[in-house]
Write a protein that binds this ligand. Structure first.
Ligand code: BGC
Length: 757
């Protein structure tokens, strides 16, 4: 492009402008040769590049161009490692350039409202702080290479069932605090070149046409000036979409909509100025993309090693009784490896995020290689490929396990269960696997279970019978190696659950309303998603959010919490008290002691992954801001941090809080805007208003028998009464013919005068 977007905008005809607002085909934008405007090439995805063989095909069920397959969202979400996400982002940016990919359609950052969400494997977490921090790091990595990212699916797309025709009905506070919060963090911290809107409606309007979402919040409030593009076919009314700020329709060419845009401008139904805004943003994207340097990596760069490292950071050691892990050759000289996933690992989910991997590490091969000559390794399939229960396979497994020192079982959700386009039916292991684990555990006390799934699993029917569980998620092409390293202790596990694992599915807060009915899905659990709900209900999960064991131990001491102006500084000492080098994920939660509005017991506000040698200590410092103490106050339509006491909780999981501090926070209050129904409590909380009110009451008390004094007793009883009603109750003989409304109005004006002086 040799002219600036502004210059080009002046030279484009109306028809050309309209045509630029949709793609050329499945994966490209249109170019305009006469003005030297090149097309942009974009491809999925979230945990690797899914570049199709042709730009005319969707390529969901075919093999595509091989690319590195990294751990899926929920897996890498469990790494809690922003540096790793950045590194993977950089690698994806580099790989994109060698594949002529200019814009990568990821990451997916929707919240996991229900463990049944069909695309949960693509998403990082049930928590917006964790998701937002990881997503921003990933995007900064990709974009540092001159390749664009597309954060998706904006917003409220939390399940697959009838998503194209279902409205996610989410109240404003929940929307802001839970479902938009990660997007907001990402927009502010990484400025993604594009945002992809979702398929669903949000509170009655398609997100691709939603003025409140795209215009009021994304553009006006968050200041986003990049391109908003549609999810594939998510456009319904193109003109409404443009008016709301949906710039680019995908896929194209959508000639019918180009025609509709031209007609709408000619008929005065869409202003050309509005169209120009979208075209200008698209041209800026083209400009950014063409600034992209030519391929600058060696064709054989070692991304596979990075895929292994990412998998190793993602795997979560859920249980390790009697330190049965890591395996030691002196006590494990014969190992029974049981389960088909040991030879055919599930490395990812299905749908648009599915990558054709460059290679795949096979767990059984890796275990054999690491066991070397020290241990014999025998394998049996354990369960059939279909869902049937095969007693012969179970018997064979029992014999193998009985004759070994240790058994390692590979189980998980079947391949078909986790895919875009449909939700999961349940989160239990298939019956044939549950029976297998129970039978093997009955004969082999050292029974180690390695689970694979992209969403939480219910483990109650068997978990109490086995000493060790490793959750390997769907951790990409390096997963086989990473599991073997954890088993033998070459990797000290450091993953922490990015979502709660419930005891049973019905414990989940969304359980009453998982599916939409007649086009509406009410998010009635509100703010209480994931651990926010389990905390509030005092319901013990199987494994809580943030849980994950290590082969070493950590101690938290010397906590200090101080407020300096608008910043709250939290510092403490973390020490590795065990015998191995290891990484701890330190989690900082905030608890609001005083807020009158309902708030979750605690919310994650910061975290860090810290690596320490045995005996090593490090001072960890977090700096929190006003926003970290705030809730979205729908009365004022803004974030509010109440003045009062807060607790800072630091821990190794959401249920393993190691050290707690308390502080009184005061970020300064904005003045209350008084109105007729302002409550007595509000009047007395504002010094100017209280003084005016007291003056008025003194006057009133001279004329009434039941006098009003603003003492503790009176306020304690009447605080939730609107002041206007207090006058109605106590001041009638004084007000005479003046109405309570007039008295209040006069008071409000007096407060204004005092404030202005
Ligand atoms: C998915 C998007 C994806 C797009 C292109 C859609 O079905 O929802 O996440 O980027 O297809 O493959």
């Amino acid at each position: 492009m040799n002219k600036s977007p502004d210059e080009l905008l002046k030279e484009l005809t109306l028809t050309e402008k309209a045509s630029l607002c949709a793609g050329l085909n499945m994966w490209m934008t249109k170019g305009i040769e006469r003005l030297n405007i090149p097309p942009v090439h974009m491809y999925d995805g979230t945990n690797g590049i899914r570049k199709t063989n042709s730009n005319e095909e969707m390529g969901i069920t075919t093999e595509n161009v091989p690319a590195t397959c990294y751990p899926t969202g929920s897996a890498i979400g469990s790494s809690w490692n922003t540096a790793l996400l950045h590194e993977v982002g950089v690698a994806l940016g580099q790989e994109s350039k060698t594949m002529e990919v200019e814009l990568l359609l990821g990451p997916g950052v929707n919240m996991k409202r229900t463990p049944l969400g069909g695309r949960n494997f693509e998403y990082y977490s049930e928590d917006p702080c964790l998701t937002g921090e990881l997503g921003a790091a990933f995007i900064n990595g990709i974009q540092s290479e001159g390749v664009g990212a597309s954060v998706k699916h904006f917003a409220g797309n939390n399940q697959e069932f009838e998503k194209m025709v279902t409205s996610s009905e989410i109240d404003e506070r929940t929307l802001r605090e839970i479902y938009l919060s990660a997007f907001e963090r990402i927009i502010k911290k990484s400025d993604p070149w594009t945002v992809m809107c979702s398929y669903n409606l949000l509170n009655g309007t398609y997100t691709s046409e939603n003025e409140h979402l795209l215009n009021d919040i994304l553009r006006e409030e968050w200041g986003y000036d990049g391109v908003v593009l549609s999810d594939w076919t998510a456009v319904n009314d193109r003109i409404r979409g443009l008016k709301a700020g949906l710039d680019l329709e995908m896929p194209g060419p959508a000639h019918y909509n180009a025609k509709a845009i031209v007609e709408a401008v000619q008929e005065g139904k869409l202003s050309e100025e509005q169209l120009d805004k979208s075209v200008s943003r698209i041209l800026k994207l083209v400009e950014r993309v063409t600034g992209n340097k030519a391929a600058d990596r060696e064709a054989n760069a070692d991304y596979h090693t990075l895929a292994r490292k990412a998998a190793a950071e993602s795997i979560v050691l859920l249980k390790n009784d009697n330190a049965v892990l890591p395996l030691r050759p002196e006590t494990a000289s014969s190992i029974a490896v049981i389960g088909r996933f040991a030879v055919k690992p599930r490395i990812q989910g299905a749908g648009s995020a599915k990558v054709t991997p460059t290679r795949v590490d096979i767990p059984l091969d890796e275990i054999k290689e690491m066991a070397g000559t020290l241990a014999t390794v025998n394998y049996t399939a354990g369960y059939p490929e279909d869902d049937s229960v095969n007693e012969d396979l179970i018997k064979e497994s029992v014999t193998l396990a009985r004759n070994a020192d240790v058994a390692v079982l590979f189980v998980g959700q079947p391949e078909y269960a986790e895919s875009e386009m449909h939700d999961l039916k349940d989160i239990e292991l298939p019956e044939h696997q549950v029976k297998l684990i129970q039978a093997v555990a009955a004969v082999q006390p050292k029974c180690i279970v390695v689970t694979s799934s992209g969403s939480a699993l219910v483990m109650r029917p068997w978990v109490q019978h086995v000493p060790a569980v490793i959750h390997s998620w769907l951790s990409g092409q390096g997963m086989g190696r990473a599991i073997a390293e954890v088993l033998f202790g070459y990797t000290n596990p450091s993953g922490k659950l990015s979502e709660t694992f419930p005891v049973k599915l019905s414990d989940n807060p969304s359980h009453m309303r998982i599916r939409g009915e007649n086009g509406k899905l009410y998010y009635r659990e509100g703010l209480f998603v994931g651990y926010r709900y389990y905390d509030r209900k005092e319901l013990a999960p199987q494994f809580p959010f943030g849980h994950g064991l290590s082969y070493t131990t950590f101690a938290y001491t010397d906590l200090e919490v101080v407020q300096h102006g608008t910043c709250v500084k939290v510092s403490f000492q973390l020490a590795n008290t065990g015998k191995r080098r290891g990484k701890e994920v330190v989690q900082l939660y905030v608890h609001d002691e005083e807020c009158k509005w309902t708030r979750p017991e605690k919310e994650l506000k910061a975290f860090a992954k810290v690596e320490l040698d045995p005996g090593e200590k490090q001072t960890i410092v977090f700096e929190l801001e006003e926003r970290d103490f705030s809730y979205f106050n729908t009365k004022y339509n803004r974030w509010v941090a109440d003045t009062g006491y807060f607790q800072i909780l630091l821990g190794s999981s959401s249920k393993d809080i190691r050290i707690t501090g308390r502080l009184h926070c005061d970020f300064g209050k904005e003045e209350i805007t008084f109105h007729k129904f302002s409550l007595l409590s509000e009047w007395v909380s504002d010094p100017a208003a209280k003084a005016v009110l007291e003056e008025c009451l003194n006057e009133m008390n001279e004329h009434v028998i039941d006098k009003v004094f603003l003492n503790e007793e009176f306020i304690g009883f009447w605080e939730d009464f609107p002041m206007v009603k207090v006058f109605q109750m106590f001041g009638q003989t004084w007000m005479n013919e003046r109405s309570p409304d007039e008295v209040i109005q006069e008071l409000i004006e007096r407060v204004e005068r005092v404030r202005n002086n």
